[in-house]
Design a protein around this ligand. Sequence first.
Ligand code: MBD
Ligand code: FE
Length: 282
Amino acid sequence: MTIIDSPTAIGSGSAATDNFKGERFTADTSPERLSAMASEALAGFSALIQKFGVTYDEYRVLKQWLIEVGEGGEWPLLLDVFVEHEIEDVNSRKFKGTKGSIEGPYYLPGAPELSSPATLPMRPEDRKQTPFIMRGQVTDLEGEPLAGSTIELWHADAEGYYSGFAPHIPDWNLRGTIVTDREGRYELTTIAPAPYQIPTDGPTGQFIEAAGWHPWRPAHLHLRVSAENQHPIITQLYFAGGEWLDSDVASATKPELLLNPHTDDCGRNVVRYDFTLDPLDA
Ligand code: MBD
Ligand code: FE
């Protein structure tokens, strides 16, 4: 297994920013709500500045760094690593089905559809990694199979790069949309992902290093599972016993999202994971 020390931040950052900017978002926040939230954010900043006696040098470094975060295209990375887990927590409390987790900066809608059993598109160098087979069933909260539901899967290669965000990787590599069969079942083959390191050469990575933190996320698969009339879930799956599970820089692990692969009779690395979706009106 080779992990490149520093995937280039500027490339993936700009691509993630461009991707996000491709859509225009709005929220129905009232002026009162906006004012209350902004006041509290500013009060938090004021309290911090007073508590630590923040210096002018520190203030200017902060300003400089924030400018660099934008210029390096790292707002999606920075926010998804340090903030999204809290948003996800607040917004998933009412759901009873499979736990969600953060989307992160590298989702792309519209990955090519593969019928089950499916193998994710991969390059010869990806094939040198350990193959990994996942199968299971998608049901509603009553356990009724959801035929024709879709599992969108995306993950990094062994060096920590996501297709669509690194120019040397073919489009849709290690990405796919798997459609479940009549019993809501799916089977897919990919490669076991490696731990992921936040790019260390950009402002987010520089900040993490300056603070003496580590830049690692545990090995993970990203998934979006959706079915007609059900609430789609965005989640991640991790590997029991893997590194960084208890200190994910993005704080996005949950005990319910651990996979425990085993070796089957044919010597293959296999795991079963079932998904349960909440109804749309939940
Ligand atoms: C990732 O692969 C990721 O999942 C998150 C949350 C942030 C940066 C890169
Ligand atoms: Fe990721």
